[in-house]
Ligand binder design. Sequence first.
Ligand code: PMP
Length: 435
Amino acid sequence: MTQDLSAYWMPFTANRQFKKAPRLLTRSEGMYYWDDRGRQILDGVAGLWCVNAGHARPKIVQAIQAQAAELDYAPPFQMAHPKAFELADRIAKLAPAGLDHVFFTNSGSESVETALKIALAYHRVRGEGSRTRLIGRERGYHGVNFGGISVGGIVGNRKMFGTLLGGVDHIRHTHDPARNAFSVGQPAHGAELADDLERLVALHDASTIAAVIVEPVAGSTGVLLPPQGYLQRLREICDRHGILLIFDEVITGFGRTGQPFASQTFGVTPDLVTLAKGVTNGTVPMGAVLVKDTIHDTFMNGPEHLIEFAHGYTYSAHPLACAAGLATLDTYAEEGLLTRAGELGGYFAEGLHSLKGEPHVIDIRNVGFVGGIELAARPGEPGKRAFEAFLDCYEQGVLIRTTGDVIALSPPLIVERAQIDRIVESIRTALRRLA
Ligand code: PMP
């Protein structure tokens, strides 16, 4: 390695350690990466929960290339290009019924900020501007911008960045290993944790609360499944009090749980959905917010200003992202990928749960093609044991991901049985070698 690695300050990375032994990816195709040592690496995590159709799919590659040559950029304010409308329409057709409008962003984090701003503005436009309070959940991850880290429930953000936004509260997370360890699919216990929202209503009064945001499945904080009935109960409480329900589906969108959206898998329709990642198969940055008709129409029926909603990005509905998105949705449809995690999820679950009883494993959680394997933390070294499993698997030619002491899996939706076996066996091997 002769390249100077000092200029690039890497995100969410132990830079000093990494630069002593860098892991550099140089090529990708289908289920595989190749690294700068020429080694093939099986992708157990779809890049970062985003390459749902597998890597370097020709149709998507060609669409991006052709778009760059034809229309490289179009301003999105008071101007547009045809593919923006086409993609919005296609996404709305996949979305839960009633969520028929799409506001484009460039990332999951931007989708979260956008959804929170839509919620606040919606209440104002309809004359209930006292509804300003936002409610998130402990262990929620909603990206890295100020709204997202405020409604998010990660202590590290408070330690590093201070008190964050005011007027934000949190309900408890739903992780309850004492009652639910090794549940297959949704755990049986914990629906009543949704009643935390009622307590916040009692404390603050519903007239001050704008919205509650949760991930249907919390991914980045360790693959936490919603207990049976929990999301339904949240929905009921929101309905009772006029509070908007936002699902952050940045990870769960586009087939991860066996349906296009987790809202459909779990049978609960929120008012707003944030998405990103899988919308372009990870190729060109893009995110979006799905908006319920009644919310959208409130803006469209509101007072006629020059613009209805003072928000947007230079790269909203970027032509390259729209072209990539259309080709991605074609690929998902042609290959039946958005329901494949439902069809093969049982096999994935069996493989995952066969790791019960291996050294250090204290819990295993799954839905569709999402898996979490929680290891006992080594005393005084949180996260280290799982990270060593990551390094071991990488040496075996399998890419997994860790968050704290949880190994998180989210293979591309094209994964085959033998590849699931290989991912599981590489983890088993790593666990048996771990101190
Ligand atoms: N929300 C959730 C639920 C996520 O998992 C993520 C990213 N993993 C984000 C938001 C942020 O997305 P991005 O990194 O694209 O900003």
